[in-house]
Design a binder for this molecule. Structure first.
Ligand SMILES: [Zn+2]
Length: 352
């Protein structure tokens, strides 16, 4: 009997997980029938798609991209299925809006307005600006430590964290590049095979996790002032192992959004708490910049947790979160440069 209860509990749980994972829009019968109709006729209402002239059970769907569509359409037009989904979704959302209903998600995503083939244009633009901010910050930081500040007799900087910050800058640029590619996914889809959209998503998530894991290590090393290699390795090794395992889990086992969100938020909170405790006890002259980044970063994280549908089909919570990190990145690199300046002048005072 007890076994029976366990089986029922398990089945209920499976159903709940299933309901939770499917987006509300996907289960809408009107949306589904529109999709079915479109895949059969290649039309949604009066709009017909020229490259949509195959039946839904066409075996060519499983063949590579060059078998599915002519080359001249390959880079310019989206796939039939994507067009059907997009137009059915918008027609359905229009009807829902007329009835005064709130927007719902389709395939796990909010209904976004495409702009020049880009699925989430504002997220792409903000990701590109974040990339530019990190590039600018990294170049300025390197020119400060290697050309403006005095160097040791062996031509190495006095500041002990140069290498760590350079890796941080590169990982950040990588993460924002992957983010821009992922958010432009319909453009990417028209250039790549459709299967590869999954890859851009995985790359976006894993590069963000890699950055979060690395910046957590950096937060601990810098705030505790760890300058010996042995101590640094002791902090870094378990955290690198954990981050790598998590990324491998996402890539090879299951792309679990809920679990990934929990891990990312936990990593984010650990570094925000580390930096804020340090900002509270240190006498660093630029700790106010650290405070701005910690408070701003915490507020920005709330945007990622409390999602809302896109305003005018363009600006959603996620895009706003990407926008908020642009000024924070500028202040952050300014703090890093001030830190290099402060530590170098302190060490020089001691030498004298
Ligand atoms: Zn994003």
């Amino acid at each position: 009997m007890a076994n029976c209860y366990w089986i029922i509990c398990f089945l209920v749980l499976c159903c709940l997980v299933g309901v939770y994972e499917a987006s509300a829009g996907d289960s809408d019968p009107l949306y589904r029938s529109c999709l079915k109709q479109c895949e059969k006729t290649g039309c949604v209402g009066e709009r017909c798609f020229s490259h949509c002239k195959f039946s839904s059970d066409d075996s060519s769907l499983d063949s590579p991209w060059y078998m599915q569509q002519p080359l001249y359409l390959w880079w310019k037009q989206w796939d039939c299925q994507s067009d059907c989904r997009y137009h059915c979704m918008f027609d359905r959302e229009k009807e829902r809006a007329e009835l005064g209903q709130w927007p719902v998600k389709y395939n796990g995503k909010w209904p976004f307005q495409r702009l020049y083939g880009v699925q989430e244009p504002l997220s792409v633009a903000f990701s590109a600006l974040n990339f530019a901010m990190h590039f600018h910050g990294l170049v300025c930081f390197c020119s400060l430590v290697y050309y403006k500040l005095p160097l040791k007799p062996d031509k190495r900087p006095f500041y002990d964290y140069v290498g760590l910050w350079i890796i941080y800058g590169l990982l950040s640029m990588n993460a924002w590049f992957c983010s821009a590619v992922f958010h432009s996914r319909n453009l990417t889809a028209s250039i790549l095979n459709y299967r590869d959209i999954d890859l851009t998503e995985k790359l976006d998530y894993s590069s963000a996790v890699a950055l979060l894991g690395y910046s957590m290590i950096l937060a601990i090393i810098r705030s505790f002032g760890l300058r010996h290699d042995a101590a640094r390795v002791m902090v870094a090794a378990p955290l690198i192992a954990f981050t790598t395992t998590h990324i491998l889990f996402l890539h090879n086992y299951e792309m679990d959004y809920g679990w990934n969100m929990k891990v990312s938020v936990a990593m984010g909170i650990v570094q925000l708490v580390t930096w804020s405790i340090w900002a509270g006890v240190t006498r660093h002259p630029c700790r106010w910049k650290l405070w701005i980044v910690v408070v701003g970063g915490s507020l920005a994280m709330l945007l990622e947790i409390f999602d809302f549908p896109p305003y005018q089909g363009l600006l959603d919570a996620h895009a706003l979160w990407h926008a908020s990190t642009i000024p924070l990145t500028y202040i952050w690199w300014s703090f890093i440069k001030d830190d290099a300046d402060y530590i170098t002048s302190n060490l020089l005072k001691k030498v004298k």
